[in-house]
Write a protein that binds this ligand. Structure first.
Ligand code: AR6
Length: 169
């Protein structure tokens, strides 16, 4: 598998699947989640509502992933995952790694070959960038997956540089 990096907006990525840094409600939010729903149009939210009415009545648990249509986005699917909120007192690294592993498992089920990830949990959820990059890169590299390209999409130069340093190690 190739791990690649770009600086940009995840909602503009051409990929088989893009990953959403969602919350358990699956009903939208700010940051990546806001950009995806805004550009992707109402179809994504409609499918999220159906998921909530069915199998995910209590919401999507942290560390898990589920796919919907990508609506108007230049991707085929959105894979929604819920990152952990960063905690100084509790190690939640396994949950952050799980977001990446579960997203790739769902991608395999869909037959996706290219998957774009944002820096999950590093915005509103407060995870320090370098530590999140370490966990994310290790998790995707360790995943047994048929996905051929994992593309990390970083919003700004600082985040891009941090991920670049990580994948170069
Ligand atoms: N494209 C790529 N990266 C982005 C974009 C974008 N359009 N927008 C922000 N980032 P966040 P989280 C970067 O907060 O920390 C939402 O309200 C951002 O700079 O989107 O997992 C959800 O509904 C940061 O580095 O996700 C949840 O409630 C990274 O993406 C909650 O936020 C992740 O920031 C999830 O928080």
């Amino acid at each position: 598998m190739n791990v690649t990096l770009v600086q940009g907006d995840i909602s503009e990525q051409r990929a088989d699947a893009i990953v959403n840094a969602a919350n358990s409600s699956l009903l939208g939010g700010g940051g990546v989640d806001g950009a995806i729903h805004r550009r992707g149009g109402p179809e994504i939210l409609e499918e999220c509502r159906r998921l909530r009415a069915g199998h995910y009545g209590k919401g999507l648990p942290t560390g898990r992933a589920v796919a919907t249509t990508a609506g108007l986005l230049p991707a085929r699917w959105v894979i929604h995952t819920v990152g952990p909120v960063y905690s100084r007192s509790q190690d939640r690294s396994e949950l952050l790694a799980s977001c990446h592993q579960e997203s790739l498992r769902v991608a395999d089920e869909l037959g996706a070959r290219t998957v774009a990830f944002p820096a999950i949990s590093t915005g509103v959820y407060g995870w320090p960038l370098d530590d999140a990059a370490r966990i994310a890169v290790a998790a995707v590299r360790a995943a047994g997956t048929s996905v051929e390209e994992v593309r990390f999409v970083l919003f700004d130069t600082a985040a891009y540089e941090v991920f670049l340093a990580r994948i170069s190690r």
